[in-house]
Design a protein around this ligand. Structure first.
Ligand code: SF4
Length: 173
């Protein structure tokens, strides 16, 4: 096990006063640097900064950042939810660490297309035809690699082709 769940200390804070969302931060005594290339290998889209070091990716609609002794999870509603979401990430990291022999680590930095740039290219009519409730949810899933451009009918139509091409230019598929 990489992270001893008993030793994780969680704090919760608002990025800006008045925000509804809170940011959960977990301090861990273990150095998480060695797992970063494995996360980079198994998560399709990450922001991986080898010099910091830090790795960031979208986990559902939450942004997760891992630094040598810290795990941060965005968009948690309260301290209870913070504990649940941090625990999910810790369990996922521990599971990945256990099966690391079957994964080829990837040390090369990658970067995520910015969410706003993706949103600008979507119809933003929340029609639901992609089986997601909103275009924002689709954008997050597209960035994570859980949805494909072709899952949005508006992007495969004649009028949507140019926007689909712009998304492809960002490295999305
Ligand atoms: S199908 Fe396209 S337009 Fe409709 S909600 Fe999904 S992303 Fe938005």
């Amino acid at each position: 096990m990489l992270i001893n769940t008993e030793s994780v200390e969680i704090t919760c804070s608002q990025d800006h006063p008045g925000d509804e969302d809170w940011l959960a931060k977990a301090r861990v005594p273990e150095d998480l640097t060695p797992i970063m290339p494995y996360v980079n290998a198994v998560v399709k889209r990450t922001d991986y900064y080898t010099d910091v070091p830090a790795i960031i990716w979208m986990h559902g609609d939450r942004r997760v950042a891992v630094r040598p002794h810290e795990i941060a999870v965005s968009h948690v509603g309260d301290t209870e939810e913070a504990a649940v979401e941090v625990r999910k990430v810790v369990d996922w990291l521990n599971d990945l660490w256990e099966r690391r022999d079957a994964v080829t680590p990837m040390a090369e930095p990658k970067s995520l297309p910015p969410l706003m740039s993706v949103l600008r290219l979507l119809p933003m009519n929340n029609c639901g035809e992609c089986a997601l409730p909103t275009c924002t949810a689709f954008a997050v899933n597209l960035i994570e690699g859980d949805r494909r451009i072709e899952d949005c009918p508006a992007l495969t139509s004649e009028e949507g082709r140019e926007r689909a091409r712009a998304l492809e230019d960002m490295g999305l598929t």
